[in-house]
Design a binder for this molecule. Structure first.
Ligand SMILES: Nc1nc2c(c(=O)[nH]1)N[C@H]1C(S)=C(S)[C@@H](COP(=O)(O)O)O[C@H]1N2
Ligand SMILES: [Mo]
Length: 220
C-alpha cells in the first residue's frame, strides 16, 4: 500500500455501529456542552418570575416557580442534537414532564400546535404531539445540579427528539395555537419541524453551516 492510500484509509473514521445508530446524519459527537443563544443571559427575581400558559386553552394560567417545583419531578437521560452539527449523548435533565405538567394544571388545549416563548423574545413552534411524550421536560437541572444561567436556568424546555433550537431556554410562556406558524429560527431559514434523523435542518435552500461552526462557541 502506498502512502496516499494509507492516508486515505486513516481519514475514514472507524464507525462504532452503536454510534452510527445514535448519531443523526451530518452530526459530530462532542463531550463538552456548547452554549448557544441569541442575546443576553436574562437575570431574574424568582419572587416575580412567572410561567404563562395561554392562547387556545379553556383557561389561562400563570404559575410561580414554586408551583412548578411542587409538581412531580423526574430525570430523563437523552441524546441531544444541535443543528450546528454537534450532538451530545446521555444528558440527564431533571424537571417536570410535559404530560405531568399538563395534568397538574388541568388546562384543556384547543389547538394542536404550541409556540414556546423564552427570554428575550425567543420563540419556537412545535406540534403538541411533539411535546406530548414521556421524554419531554420542563427542566431546571442538568446532571443533578441546577441549570447554569447560560443553559437556561430557571426553566428550559427539553425536547430531545428534535434539533436543540426547539429546546427553549429561559422559558416564560407556553402558547397553544390552532395553526402551526414559524418561531424565531423557523422564520430565519430553519425547518418548521426539525427532526435530526430526517435531517430537517433548513426550510428552503441549504444555509451554509460549516461543520466546525459550534467549535467557535462558548462551552460550560
Ligand atoms: N431563550 C432561548 N432559548 C434557546 C436559544 C435562544 O437563543 N434563546 N437558542 C436555542 C438553540 S439554537 C440551541 S442549540 C439551544 C442551546 O442550548 P445550550 O446553550 O444549553 O446548549 O438552546 C436553544 N434555546
Ligand atoms: Mo442551535
Amino acid at each position: 500500500m502506498n502512502k496516499a492510500d494509507r492516508i486515505k484509509q486513516m481519514k475514514v473514521p472507524a464507525v462504532d455501529p452503536a454510534l452510527a445508530k445514535r448519531l443523526p446524519p451530518g452530526q459530530v459527537l462532542t463531550e463538552r456542552f456548547p452554549i448557544l443563544h441569541e442575546g443576553e443571559v436574562p437575570e431574574y427575581d424568582m419572587k416575580t418570575w412567572t410561567l404563562r400558559v395561554f392562547g387556545e386553552v379553556d383557561r389561562e394560567v400563570t404559575l410561580s416557580y414554586e408551583d412548578i417545583l411542587a409538581m412531580p419531578q423526574k430525570t430523563v437521560t437523552r441524546d441531544i442534537h444541535c443543528v450546528t452539527r454537534w450532538s451530545r449523548f446521555d444528558n440527564a435533565f431533571t424537571g417536570v414532564g410535559f404530560r405531568d405538567f399538563m395534568q397538574a394544571i388541568g388546562v384543556e388545549p384547543r389547538g394542536s400546535y404550541v409556540m414556546l416563548h423564552g427570554d428575550h423574545d425567543y420563540t419556537a413552534n412545535l406540534a403538541l404531539s411533539d411535546l406530548d411524550r414521556d421524554d419531554v421536560l420542563l427542566a431546571h437541572s442538568f446532571e443533578g445540579e441546577r441549570l447554569t444561567s447560560k443553559h437556561g436556568w430557571p426553566l428550559r424546555m427539553v425536547v430531545p427528539h428534535l434539533y436543540f433550537w426547539k429546546s427553549v431556554k429561559w422559558l416564560r410562556g407556553i402558547e397553544f395555537i390552532t395553526e402551526n406558524k414559524p418561531g424565531f429560527w423557523e422564520q430565519n431559514g430553519f425547518h418548521i419541524n426539525g427532526d435530526p434523523f430526517l435531517e430537517e435542518r433548513f426550510s428552503g435552500e441549504a444555509l451554509p453551516i460549516p461543520e466546525d461552526e459550534w467549535e467557535r462557541k462558548e462551552f460550560d
